[in-house]
Design a protein around this ligand. Sequence first.
Ligand SMILES: Nc1ncnc2c1ncn2[C@@H]1O[C@H](COP(=O)(O)OP(=O)(O)OP(=O)(O)O)[C@@H](O)[C@H]1O
Ligand SMILES: [Mg+2]
Length: 381
Amino acid sequence: MKEKKKGYISYAESRQIIKYNKQQIRYYEKLKKRKHIPESEYVVQMRDENNIVEFDDLHTFFFTDTGTVKAVDGVSFDIPAHSTVGIVGESGCGKSVTSLSLLRLVQAPQGQIVSGAIRYRMKDGSCYDISKVPQEMMERISGKEISMIFQEPMTSLNPVFTIGYQLDEVSLLHIEGATKETARQKSIEMLELVGIANAEGVYKSYPHELSGGMRQRVMIAMALCCQPNLIIADEPTTALDVTIQAQILDLLRGLKEKFDSSIMLITHDLGVIAEMADFVVVMYAGKVIEAGNVFEIFDHPSHPYTIGLLRSKPVINKKVDELYCIKGRVPSAVDLPDYCYFKDRCDRCTAACGGKYPEFVWLSPTHKVACHLYDGVKEEN
Ligand SMILES: Nc1ncnc2c1ncn2[C@@H]1O[C@H](COP(=O)(O)OP(=O)(O)OP(=O)(O)O)[C@@H](O)[C@H]1O
Ligand SMILES: [Mg+2]
């Protein structure tokens, strides 16, 4: 018999995959379209009253013609109230899909939250499982309770409407009793708050007339219009130069204090995390591999991947011949192994690493790591 090439599938197998994925999509779409969802299905209790978000074993998959992409595969972490949680990891590890799941913005019908819960505590104290709430309730949550600052302001702002029109829309949609005039006042007030000097002028401008930094400020103004409980910032400074980056981060920190919100900050930049975050979640290939408070992660990184990430960061005043880089690449999200996903890139792997995927080990009440190197360490939580 002809030996099958690794990574290739036969025509018959591909037909099977397509058929299976279409069935899955139909199933989840039907679930979503249910007319009446009883409250008992989505009203929940938070595990810890200090948290505003609890991701609990979240699975978000994309059912594509080439296979099921396990973009988020069993993610669990908490966002405590009034704190900043930084999410780091290589490109494609599922950071954005995790945040999009929280706003139920995953590209449907291929993208679906398959299982798990996302518990969220509203401003009025009630708690809901976001993965199950009816769509009309979700429209009240996004924007007003949770808002998002997207990575690329130029693609997120609509090029054919003025900044003012797009800002007014937020108030008109979410603030009860808002009129055109009050919305305009609020928009100008928000533009001034984010440090735009000529707020009246910018209000009348189109996105292409502004600089990158100004567009990002407009995005922040838009996200903060309704004083949300939680701000998701997906790489808010990647497209900006360092000076503007520092200004935007300062602004974000100041506004978080002013509005008493929490921030879920997604970034590649460990420097930004060190400066901004209270807690850090390290993701790899759709899973959380280490999480802890910022001191634990930076002073005692435990997973070889986190250690590698920190080693690959250049240090000012330290001369090196060559910058460290983690060898290899992230495995394909379609074809993940049963053993630790980092095994093939790890320079500390042992015989145990070829076995089943490692469970979390708690190194302190706030620091957890999924690596066989810590198998002997006693669990505290
Ligand atoms: N619409 C989609 N259809 C199919 N696969 C998708 C889709 N969106 C994301 N994915 C896959 O999900 C995985 C996670 O993607 P995600 O955008 O969350 O990565 P990320 O960690 O945010 O990366 P980056 O740092 O580059 O923004 C990737 O493998 C990606 O290819
Ligand atoms: Mg992303």
